[in-house]
Ligand binder design. Structure first.
Ligand code: BTN
Length: 246
């Protein structure tokens, strides 16, 4: 990954640039990275604050030969790669909130947005966008209503080198991607679970408008959220939002 890197100073969103590049045949592994995004976006159409030089705003184009239903596993893989990189640093104890928010001390430091272009049962390409808050000071972090945000600087009181982190993340992602292609999702699932936020605990989550509570038992072999309901039934959930507070 990253043999081809498109670096821009300002873009609307690296996701848009990546889709455009992928449609015009950009190679597998092409990376789009920007210093600043004027309309960075997150999941659920939320805004992603992406100020100049304050974090990593990048999108990676993948062209995996896997069926579309497996694409979400790539998101979990990316979250695991980022967690692995952060975990190497003393004093940082990253967690992953299903499916793909990276947390430090219960606050969100990174998010991932995966978008797939598929036709019939073939993936044309996948764009994996990641946003990692790096050098924001306390007063530069967004006042998100849905969660509390943090940055590496805030958690460690150091300024971080963005370029080093980018290299480490791309290397970690590439290693996990190789594992994924060669040996499937199971090793990544185990690793993901080792970082899993609230595994074995009670969680509260939203599916559409419905709000439910259950015990979070782990993730399934296909990446789905596994919960155990109060009546003992086990359920596999593919799309839900886990609440930050129980
Ligand atoms: C989320 O947690 O909701 C996902 C956030 C993803 C943000 C990244 S920043 C780079 C890429 N470009 C975007 O506009 N979004 C993703």
């Amino acid at each position: 990954l990253g043999k081809e890197i498109i670096h821009k100073s300002t873009v609307s969103s690296t996701q848009l640039v990546a889709h455009e590049a992928a449609r015009t045949n950009a190679a597998h592994g092409t990376v789009i990275i920007a210093d600043e995004q004027s309309s960075g976006r997150g999941r659920m159409d939320r805004v992603w604050h992406s100020k100049k030089g304050k974090g990593i705003w990048m999108s990676v184009i993948l062209r995996p030969e896997i069926p579309p239903y497996m694409a979400p596993q790539l998101t979990l893989m990316t979250a695991t790669a980022i967690a692995d990189v952060l975990d190497q640093y003393d004093g940082i104890n990253p967690k992953i909130k299903w499916p793909n928010d990276i947390l430090i001390e219960n606050k969100k430091v990174a998010g991932i947005l995966t978008e797939m272009q598929a036709e019939q049962d073939r993936i044309q390409y996948v764009v994996i966008g990641m946003g990692l808050n790096v050098n924001q000071a306390d007063n530069e972090l967004p006042d998100a209503i849905h969660y509390r945000a943090t940055s590496l600087r805030k958690e460690t009181a150091n300024e971080w080198q963005i370029i080093t982190l980018v290299q480490q993340i791309l290397q970690a992602m590439e290693a996990q991607y190789d594992t994924f292609l060669k040996r499937g999702f199971s090793e990544i699932k185990t690793k993901w679970e080792s970082y899993g936020f609230r595994i074995g605990e009670k969680i509260s989550y939203h599916q559409g408008r419905e709000n439910k509570q259950a015990i979070f038992s782990g993730i399934a072999a296909d990446g789905a959220l596994l919960v155990e309901l109060a009546n003992g039934n086990k359920e596999k959930i593919y799309s839900a939002e886990i609440d930050w507070f129980v």
